[in-house]
Design a binder for this molecule. Structure first.
Ligand code: NAG
Ligand code: NAG
Length: 849
């Protein structure tokens, strides 16, 4: 305490001396004291009494005192010593503010006598104030977009001190973006400014902290600081950036709706709104994409919204933009490449590019039936289509250009076997698993007239009784045709041919619709035994086809002819006269009754019977041969005139019969044998010799013929035996049913001179015109039998020699149909087979020599 006091005392002592000097200097005019501010109360400024020349006693007596001119009494006078002391601490800054000099004027009042003195107290400044900022913390907000060089005014600091104690300069803490500039204002004040040295980047440094310091010039100096916080305001200067510029996604085309595809992420380093990212499709995204894909605007997740179809679109390029919320907004973009993976979801299709047309059955192999194309909306193997045809059809698939095919025929078509095909086509793709489609093409086959009508039989045999009613149905033929429609419609007709020189159509007619044949005549077996009708069945196709059949009409014999007696001939007289010698023995051949029956078979089977006789014991008639022989030796008593009635019956039903009366004259002295020749022969011996010669000739000829015949037949037999195995030659149906009686049978009697030659009708053998040529005897009586159709010229009996011509000429017609001719009683040629000759009057071919 004492030490402190001592130091103060020394100070005050110094001030004292100083003040005394000042006082002294002002005593002449005006007394002035100079004191520093902030003196303690009671501090002595100077001895006022002394300076005014007053004694100690006067101080009290004259009531020395000071009065401040301006209100406040900072000073007082010590009544004891007369010293001016500090009454109150004076702050210069309060009293004088910023004025450079601070002088307080005082009035000194002395009474008895009143004296007024003026004194001045100058207050000197001391550095008692620090520079001061009003706000210690300053916050600045600067947008990051602010250009470099921009200045920001800072708050100035205040220092009430004056002079060198006043504020002198500012400093600022170091920052690379900012510097400090102090501006001298016109009033001498200094204004600090912040200058932007480098572009701000909020994204790098969002806040800058600076410390601004103000310093005064005092010694020691004083300072004040202000904390400056600079917040960098975000500017939307960054656009959202996607993590990838291109996102690739593969997705199956059959993925369901809502399938998650990909999550996009874009980052915007700006702050808050400027960094808030919203995702959306690009502006020019087509509707097709918008309807299929969806994006969550907040999360950036993409989903499937619609249905994918690889066949429609295999890839999508989708532009996605990410926008921030700043103003103006910034946008970033990316692409999403969606690859749709094909799934075999489309079955192949079969398309008929041309409608299948009906096919003619004669279409050649390779005819195009239809054009087909195959397609599959899938791609790759899923869309690779192969077509297959059902096997077993005459069709083929011919590939043309890509996936186009022609269905062509591959074989022979036959409507009659298959009138319609349903061709099944299978299309299969190569997917896994493969899909299949089937389609059927109906192909109808058009009929072509390729089948001729077919008769049920190629030969029809019809048996028709003679003497039938005209117009009765004779037969029905029928034919069928495998074709269709008109091609199968049949008309029947009779082909023109001749029957006995007359057109067959005058005998029969035909119902052209159903093939029924009707007779137009009643037929006579004896005239016409058999004939043939050529019938034709013709279809209505174009060109039409036909086929022929033969109808053989066999006329069946009815017993409508009575036996006709040939010998003894009734034509020669009403009564036949025969002679016989009385010397005849038993068994003597008196005569032979010969009859023929125009009928055939049983109807012509003739039996002879002695119906009446003058003497029934003398003669007998052979039932079969008609030979009249004596039963016993003729005696003298027997009548010389005998009469026999011989009944001739056939075996028909009903029996037809006729009779002949033979008158026999028994003559005495008639020698046996007697050739009973005709009276007209002038020289019997000569004539007999001539006949014998003829016979020898004919026999020789016949023998020759038979030999030739034998050889020919043998040859034919050998040939035919390969097929028939029979040595009898069938000559069925050798032309010429037009000669019903053409077979010739010659029978020669060997006992003695030839009495007759017998010609037997071949009809005895069969009703159906089987002509046999056999080298076997026909009957016990025959030495040789020769049967041959006489129409064949190579075997013409009458071509042997001219000699027979004469014989034929003398043969007389005595048979009902004039087919029979006789020459003599010794020799009877029964010739048959000339009915034609007699009908049409032509020269028979047989007789042309
Ligand atoms: C054919 O038609 C005629 C007349 O219509 C008929 O009388 C006849 O019986 C028919 N023939 C057949 C075989 O149907
Ligand atoms: C049927 O006969 C006729 C007449 O003879 C002939 O023109 C035709 O070609 C014959 N038809 C057949 C299929 O032989």
């Amino acid at each position: 305490m004492t030490k402190r006091m001592g130091y103060r005392d020394w100070r005050w002592l110094a001030l004292w001396w100083h003040n005394c000097f000042l006082l002294w200097s002002t005593i002449d005019g005006q007394t002035r004291y100079t004191i520093p501010e902030e003196l303690k109360q009671g501090s002595v400024i100077g001895n006022l009494a002394k300076d005014l020349g007053l004694g100690l006693s006067e101080i009290f007596d004259r009531k020395l005192r000071v009065a401040s001119e301006a209100g406040k009494q900072y000073f007082s006078v010590d009544a004891g010593k007369g010293e001016l002391i500090v009454n109150e601490i004076i702050d210069r800054e309060t009293v004088c503010g910023k004025r450079a000099s601070c002088v307080l004027p005082l009035q000194v009042v002395i009474e008895n006598p009143l004296q007024l003195h003026r004194i001045e107290v100058e207050i000197r400044d001391i550095n008692d104030n620090s520079p001061n900022f009003i706000t210690n913390e300053l916050t600045l907000k600067i947008a990051e977009s602010v250009v470099v060089g921009r200045q920001f005014s800072l708050e100035s600091a205040e220092d009430p001190d004056v002079g060198s104690n006043a504020l002198k300069y500012y400093t600022i803490s170091k920052d690379e973006c900012f510097s400090l500039k102090v501006k001298d204002l016109s009033n001498g004040r200094k204004a600090p400014e912040l200058v932007l040295e480098k572009r701000l980047d909020r994204e790098k440094q969002a806040v800058h902290q600076l410390l601004l310091t103000a310093l005064d010039g005092g010694n020691p100096f004083r300072s004040g600081t202000s904390q400056i916080t600079i917040t960098v305001l975000d500017v939307n200067d960054n656009f959202p950036v996607f993590e990838k510029a291109l996102y690739k996604v593969s997705i199956d085309e059959n993925s369901p709706k809502g399938t998650f595809m990909v999550k996009l992420k874009a980052i915007d380093i700006d702050d808050v709104q400027n960094g808030e990212v919203k995702y959306s499709f690009g502006e020019r995204t087509p509707n097709a994409v918008l309807s299929i894909f969806d994006i969550d605007s907040d999360t950036g997740e993409m989903f499937l919204k619609g249905k994918l179809d690889f066949e429609n679109a295999a890839t999508y390029e989708i532009d996605i933009s990410a926008k921030d919320n700043g103003t103006p907004e910034m946008e970033g973009q990316c692409s999403v490449q969606v690859e749709v993976v094909d799934v075999n979801d489309n079955p192949p299709e079969i398309i008929f590019t041309s409608k299948p047309s009906p096919l003619r059955e004669d279409a050649p192999s390779g005819t195009v039936v239809a054009l087909i194309s195959a397609r599959d909306l899938d791609s790759g193997n899923n869309g690779k289509v192969t077509l297959q045809l059902q096997r077993g059809n005459p069709f083929n698939m011919k590939p043309s250009f890509s996936n186009n095919y022609a269905l062509v025929t591959n074989g022979v078509l036959d409507r009659e076997s298959f009138s319609e095909y349903n061709i099944e086509i299978t299309a299969t793709d190569s997917g896994s698993p493969p899909l299949t489609t089937k389609k059927t093409i109906p192909v109808s086959i058009i009929d072509v007239n390729d089948n001729s009508p077919k008769f049920t039989q190629s030969f029809y045999d019809v048996y028709l009784k003679e003497n039938g009613l005209p117009g009765s149905i004779l037969s029905s033929v029928s034919a069928s045709d495998l074709d269709f429609g008109d091609n199968a419609k049949i008309s029947y007709s009779i082909l023109d041919s001749k029957v006995q020189g007359v057109s067959v159509s005058s005998y029969v007619y035909m119902n052209s619709d159903n093939g029924s044949i009707y007779s137009m005549h009643s037929f006579d077996y004896e005239t016409l035994k058999v004939f043939q009708i050529l019938v034709q069945a013709k279809d209505h196709g174009s060109p039409s086809l036909n086929s022929n059949a033969t109808v053989h009409v066999f006329i069946l014999d009815q017993n409508d002819n009575a036996p006709a007696v040939i010998y003894p001939s009734a034509a020669l007289g009403s009564l036949s006269h025969q002679k016989m010698p009385r010397s005849a023995k038993a068994g003597h051949l008196v005569t032979k009754v010969t009859a023929v029956d125009a009928d055939s078979g049983h109807n012509a089977w003739i039996s002879y019977k002695l119906a009446e006789a003058t003497d029934a014991s003398l003669f007998s008639v052979n039932t079969y041969t008609g030979e009249v022989r004596t039963k016993r030796t003729v005696s003298e008593q027997d009548d010389s005139s005998q009469r026999l009635l011989i009944e001739i019956k056939d075996d028909g039903e009903p029996v037809q019969s006729s009779t002949v009366t033979v008158a026999i004259l028994v003559e005495d002295g008639l020698q046996e044998p007697i050739l009973n020749l005709r009276q007209k022969a002038p020289e019997p011996g000569k004539k007999s010799g001539r006949i014998t010669l003829y016979l020898i000739l004919s026999l020789a000829s016949v023998s020759m013929l038979s030999l030739v015949t034998f050889v020919v037949l043998a040859v034919k037999c050998v040939r035919n035996s390969r097929s028939s195995g029979s040595c009898c030659m069938r000559l069925d149906d050798l032309d010429g049913y037009n000669n019903p009686n053409r077979n010739l049978q010659i029978q020669l009697n060997t006992d003695g001179p030839i009495k007759y030659v017998e010609v037997l009708g071949g009809d005895m053998l069969s009703q159906s015109q089987s002509f046999r040529s056999c080298l076997s005897p026909m009957s016990e009586f025959s030495d040789f039998t020769f049967v041959k159709p006489s129409s064949t010229t190579d075997f013409n009996l009458f071509s042997i020699g001219g000699a027979f011509k004469e014989m034929i000429n003398v043969l007389d017609a005595s048979l009902p149909d004039s087919a029979w001719t006789f020459e003599s009683q010794q020799m009877l040629w029964y010739l048959t087979g000339f009915s034609t000759t007699s009908v049409d009057g032509d020269t028979p071919s047989e007789s042309t020599v």
